[in-house]
Ligand binder design. Structure first.
Ligand SMILES: Nc1nc2c(ncn2[C@@H]2O[C@H](COP(=O)(O)OP(=O)(O)OP(=O)(O)O)[C@@H](O)[C@H]2O)c(=O)[nH]1
Length: 382
């Protein structure tokens, strides 16, 4: 056996292993139709396509036509996976049409015995087309989330697509006399097989980077979000507060804080039950967000207490916003009506640490409760 089929067999086994790993990932994440499932299918189709090149059949035989189609279908699955990653749901019809067109050309070349050149051109142009569509996605949608990775991956895919297009045109022009392809009969093109292995490894790295990045991003979001209300949790809001405070200490614009506490919430729970209480908390959180401005951040501070960060806001304006919040909550919903008490404070130049600003808002909230609830109390910076 010449080293060529052996090398192709090794590359194919390697790609089957990639397929297995992605299939396991899709199973673990329960996303068989998600990005992971698409990548599993991509690697499987590619590995199966390559496996068909291993036996030393003559170029133009049916298995090789099938291999070409499998490789084009693999590119389609990869493109669909990448599109899903960036939140695009592609109409399957378009891809099926592209694949159908490729199948028709391959079948025609097979029936007319037009041989090697046309088939190679179909594979190259088909794969390059899907790759260029992926480049478009990476550039348009991926850059915002990963400003370095997406352009680098897009550049890599563009290079590969260009090489494939050049090869496709060349195969058409030179026809079956070309000796570059892995299935050129009797031709041991070891560097080509090694290049396929190497490029495959890089593509798998792209897939791993995308999926791991997304999982980490989702975990990061979950760690900062309150599950019940969808607002930031205490940790998430504290991180933002610390940033805002650090900016204020460096002389940038100050900020104001609101501590918002639902009045007599224990009575709501006692009277209507915990589940209804939960719904009231969700409604209060939604009212807070609806009453505030785009930059303001709402966090659930604990239990039935919310904290709101108002960047670049002075005490007077914060107090007006707090009145708006209180009336919005009191007027909200056809369900159980509740009121809130609000303590407001602002950053002052003497506040070396964030806790001082929080303590003042807490103190003002306590005063609002003491004064009879359903009101706003402000605490000026010392
Ligand atoms: N349903 C529900 N209740 C909660 C949750 N977290 C805390 N609570 C309840 O919120 C209530 C808070 O009661 P208190 O601290 O006495 O305050 P309050 O009844 O609102 O009285 P004031 O604040 O003084 O007006 C307790 O009964 C807690 O069990 C939650 O996630 N869901």
């Amino acid at each position: 056996m010449s080293p060529q089929p052996l090398l192709i067999a090794l590359v194919s086994v390697q790609f089957f292993v990639h397929a297995l790993v992605w299939a396991m990932t899709a199973r673990m994440t329960r996303r068989p139709r998600g990005v992971e499932g698409h990548f599993a299918l991509f690697w499987f189709l590619l590995a199966a396509g390559l496996a068909l090149f291993v036996p030393p059949w003559d170029s133009g035989s049916a298995p090789r036509n099938l291999a070409d189609l499998l490789i084009v279908a693999a590119s389609m699955m990869e493109h669909r996976g990448l599109a899903l990653h960036w939140g695009r749901r592609l109409p399957l019809r378009n891809d099926a049409l592209a694949l159908g067109a490729a199948a028709a050309v391959v079948a025609a070349s097979f029936l007319l015995d037009n041989g090697h050149g046309v088939r190679v051109a179909v594979v190259c142009v088909g794969c390059a087309g899907f790759m260029l569509a992926s480049v478009h996605l990476m550039w348009r949608l991926g850059r915002a989330a990963t400003p370095i990775f997406a352009p680098v991956a897009a550049a890599g895919y563009s290079l590969l697509a260009t090489a494939l297009l050049v090869r496709g045109v060349q195969a058409l022009l030179i026809g079956s006399t070309t000796k570059i392809s892995i299935d050129a009969p009797g031709h041991a093109n070891i560097p080509f097989a090694i290049a396929v292995l190497f490029i495959g490894g890089l593509m798998n790295l792209v897939h791993i980077r995308l999926v791991v990045g997304r999982v980490l991003h989702r975990l990061g979001q979950q760690a900062k979000t309150d599950e019940l209300t969808g607002a930031l949790n205490r940790r998430g809001l504290l991180l933002q507060l610390e940033n805002e405070h650090a900016d204020a200490l460096q002389g940038k614009a100050g900020y104001a804080l609101m501590m918002v506490d639902v009045d007599h919430f224990k009575a709501v729970n006692d009277q209507y039950g915990h589940a209804q209480g939960d719904r009231v908390l969700q409604a209060v959180s939604a009212s807070l967000r609806a009453a505030l401005r785009g930059d303001d951040l709402v966090g659930r501070w604990g239990g039935e207490e919310f904290c709101v960060l108002l960047p670049r806001t002075r005490l007077h304006d914060a107090a007006q916003l707090a009145e708006r919040v209180a009336s919005r909550v009191a007027a909200s919903g056809p369900g159980i009506r509740v009121t809130v008490s609000i303590g407001v404070s602002e950053y002052g130049p003497a506040d070396r640490d964030l806790q001082a600003v929080i303590r003042r808002a807490d103190g003002a909230l306590y005063e609002a409760k003491e004064a009879g609830r359903n009101r706003v109390v402000t605490a000026a910076a010392g």
